[in-house]
Design a protein around this ligand. Structure first.
Ligand code: MG
Length: 159
């Protein structure tokens, strides 16, 4: 068994869509990024790469690369899951904490969970932990300027 830990943070900006776990969340702002800014899928991808002892997603998808500008982050996760398959690992469980002051995310989590499960070959929902926290008004996240995400994964070798 291997564990992995991923973290990411993106700044909120007007005129962007707020994409989280491959789902568009209705909000007046969205996350800025070279990609679609999906902070959850980036942290998740990094957690999986970490568990495999590989470098972070920036080394596979450099933000200096024009051809991937605005890329759907589901493609990033798909690439990482392909690597996982190639190295003969499977996901035991994943635990995700999204941190942002607004909007309230809980109502959208069933859809996000469904989206995540779909990307992982329909993995059982009990293997996906999804939580939302605020930063209690502290600092930049607390001021609603950014959204962060922490993801922990457990993967196991197929035998
Ligand atoms: Mg990112």
């Amino acid at each position: 068994m291997r564990t992995g830990l991923g973290f990411d943070i993106h700044r909120f900006e007007e005129g962007r869509k707020f994409i989280l776990g491959g789902v568009e969340i209705p909000f007046e702002k969205g996350l800025l990024g070279h990609s679609d800014g999906d902070v959850l899928l980036h942290a998740f991808s990094d957690a999986l790469l970490g568990a495999m002892g590989k470098p972070d997603i920036g080394s596979f998808f450099p933000d200096t690369e024009d051809s991937i500008k605005g890329i759907d982050s589901r493609k990033i996760l798909a690439k990482v899951l392909e690597l996982l398959e190639k190295e003969e690992f499977y996901i035991e469980n994943v635990d995700i904490t999204v941190i942002c002051e607004r909007p309230k995310l809980l109502p959208f989590f069933p859809e996000v969970k469904k989206s995540l499960s779909g990307m992982m070959d329909g993995i059982d929902g009990t293997r996906i932990g999804l939580k939302a926290k605020t930063f209690e008004g502290i600092g930049e996240i607390g001021a609603g300027k950014a959204c962060a995400c922490i993801v922990s994964v457990l993967i196991e070798e197929k035998s």
